[in-house]
Design a protein around this ligand. Sequence first.
Ligand code: COA
Length: 261
Amino acid sequence: MTDYQTIHVSEADGICTITLSRPDKLNALNQAMLGELSAAFDALAGGDSRVLIITGAGAKAFAAGADISEFSAIDSAAAGSQFAARGQAIFSKLAALNQVVIAAINGFALGGGCELALACDIRIAADSAMLGQPEINLGIIPGYGGSQRLTRLIGPGRAMLLLTTGDRIGASEAYALGLVDRVVPAASLMAEVGSLAARLAQQAPIALAQIKRAVVDGLGQPLDRALAVEAEAFGRAADSTDRREGAAAFLGKRQPTWQGK
Ligand code: COA
């Protein structure tokens, strides 16, 4: 396992967990952490894990944003665009993984931290979590996909409210907006996320990955093209030993045994 400095990566039973590990800085995403996340996503792309959990170290934060102490290096529009493009590319790599990615939002998910959660497939929040895109308070805008992914997820009006006010919202409001998918007591967050991940890791592997493909690749495409994405993904799942096993197990009134083939 690669020895990272700013993140911790563990893998067991088809589940990989990445923990953002700069708790003293509320897990702020500095350039070193982005580089390590990028390397970890590359490793996952070639690995056997079926589910990825991303969370933050400590009780206080998932990630409190991009590391503001590094902003002084942004000394031109071109440097700013480059800064954004690097983060976007890494978060897009995350969104494109075959694994179903669960954000376990254990505290502040602000700015880049909220954008990281937005690039995940499922967001489970502790009831103590606080989310928001406060970039406007720093005279900037989200640059790691927030203005686009938030808008697609919760709609333009609600996204505009969050983006233009920079307000932080609690987990229950985030749930009402559709920004998070489930809210659980803070003390049981990792147990809840772990049991969901374990359940998903037991599902038919090809179908699991193709569901992700269909949802992520189809999103934002016109319906006719999105349906073509679904048909292709269906084809990949249908052309599998597991598809035959699924039907045989149903008809034989037994549990299926998936092979991922
Ligand atoms: N970048 C760099 N450092 C950050 C950070 C960020 N985004 N967010 C928090 N930190 C650091 C603080 O500077 C502080 O470091 P220090 O102990 O060396 O002074 C440490 O993390 C703890 O943060 P602190 O502000 O003392 O905690 P708090 O409980 O008083 O406040 C927040 C928590 C999240 C409200 C506050 O840290 C905050 O507003 N952070 C910035 C959020 C933001 O604007 N994110 C978007 C960036 S584009």
